[in-house]
Every structure is written in C-alpha cells, then in structure tokens.
Design a protein. Sequence first.
Length: 115
Amino acid sequence: MGYRSDVCLAIHPDIVPEFMAVMAKSEPARELCWTHTAERQEDFQGLKGALFFRWEHIKWYPNYEGVAPINEFIDWCNENEHHDDFRFVRIGEDDDDTTTEGWGFDIYVERQLSY
C-alpha cells in the first residue's frame, strides 16, 4: 500500500519555462502532471499563465521517477531565490509530516479538531 500524501505545486508564469524544460526531460514527470491523477489549473488565483497541480493520496517518494524531477525543480527555485514564484505543500499521513516551500501563492495547511 505505501505511505500516501496530498501534494500541491503552484508556479508563477516567470518560471513556467524552467518547469517546462524539466517536463521535457522526464516522461514520468509529464505523466504525473498531465494525467488523470493530477488536478490542474491554469491562470491559478487569477494570475495569467500561472500553473497549479494537486495530487491526492499519492506516493510522493523522492526517488520515484516522476517525483524526482519535480523535487529538482523545487530545489532550483530555492537555489535561484525564486521563493516568491512558487508554492509547494505536501501533507503526509502522519500528523506532524508537513512540507512547505516557497511563498508565492496563498496555499496553506489548515488543521482542525473533528469529532
């Protein structure tokens, strides 16, 4: 079965060309982003050319062929100080397993008590 996560990635139009270059080099990453498994939006949050991807209940393992190039893109964003140009959020199954990177979009984790 494996450990599952909910994941989203939003990309500012300024860095979409870099993202598309990553996609061009990796068929598994393209399949991950442009198949039925991903929710996609263009012009995300009203920003023309912005891309948004969301995956629910996915095995987001760093060494998976489709995931590794996306993680490399996120690393590129951080290394090149594009923090305002993307937002990545991953929520794992465990209560304390949350990853957030970048701050370019209004995407937040909300936790609440349900009973």
